[in-house]
Write a protein that binds this ligand. Structure first.
Ligand SMILES: Nc1ncnc2c1ncn2[C@@H]1O[C@H](COP(=O)(O)OP(=O)(O)O)[C@@H](O)[C@H]1O
Ligand SMILES: [Mg+2]
Length: 245
């Protein structure tokens, strides 16, 4: 399988703080890569760097489908197929649910007229289970529905690689199960996925491979089952005593 995403030696500092340190990894076509790591380990910063929202790396190289994105801006990176959702809900609260999807769709979706573009937007909402909410203001729907709306708006950008930042944070157990199924369905539809999550059961369920960040560095990489048993990973999450119990 070819690498849809290749990250080589990227770093990012905020003043004296090295948030990402010489990080390299790759994502194969149709793979789901999970990313775990303690709070502040640089996970969200990694997504910021990959999408250049708001900044790229200080050094290192990012390739999407074999081509460097170093000269590209955020919009061009989306056009290349790298699309993220955010850790906190970032939909437009003053717009309706369906309008949020419409503003994310590429210009090419509007060439066949208004009715066709609304129909397309409804299909994305239907895919995540939000069709019944389409005319409600985004500010009025539940946290879970807003997470699904963020995913629908990301899908409307036609990603090749979907970057999900804590898609299950704050959800109830049944909602987490549904989110797991949604991520699997998106992946089966041919989209490669990188998912950051603290909920280990989600990472184990959806990921082909798991990496763990600690202080901006790659701490561990492997199958989910191996990585969650790695004493270095347990120590990073729970402290030195836990790893030796
Ligand atoms: N824009 C920024 N300016 C300064 N420091 C930042 C910025 N973004 C993130 N950081 C810092 O970088 C580190 C990694 O943050 P983050 O990537 O959000 O961690 P995670 O998502 O793993 O919890 C933290 O110490 C955080 O305070
Ligand atoms: Mg984060």
């Amino acid at each position: 399988m070819t690498d849809i995403l290749a990250v080589q030696g990227i770093s990012k500092s905020f003043g004296a703080l090295k948030a990402i340190r010489n990080l390299s990894f790759s994502l194969k076509s149709n793979e789901v890569l999970g990313i775990a790591g303690p709070n502040g380990s640089g996970k969200s910063t990694l997504f910021n760097i990959l999408t250049k929202v708001p900044f790229g790396p200080d050094e290192g190289e990012i390739r999407v489908a074999g081509e460097s994105v170093s000269g590209l801006g955020p919009r061009q990176i989306v056009e290349r197929g790298l699309v993220r959702s955010f850790q906190t809900e970032t939909d437009f609260e003053t717009l309706s649910v369906i309008e949020n999807v419409l503003v994310s769709m590429p210009d090419s979706d509007f060439r066949s007229g208004k009715a066709a573009s609304r129909q397309r937007a409804r299909e994305f909402l239907d895919y995540v289970g939000l069709a019944a909410q389409q005319d409600r203001p985004a500010s009025e729907i539940t946290v879970y529905d807003r997470k699904k709306l963020m995913i629908a708006t990301a899908l409307a950008c036609r990603p090749k690689v979907l970057l999900l930042d804590e898609p299950a944070a704050g959800l109830s157990r049944p909602e987490v199960s549904e989110m797991i199924e949604l991520i699997k369905r998106i992946n089966l539809g041919g989209i490669s996925v990188i998912v950051i999550e603290h909920i280990i059961s989600l990472l184990v369920s959806v990921s082909n491979r798991l990496i763990v960040l600690n202080f901006g560095e790659l701490l561990a990489e492997g199958t989910p089952q191996d990585v969650i048993r790695d004493p270095r990973v347990i120590e990073a999450y729970l402290g030195p005593a836990a790893a030796h119990e």
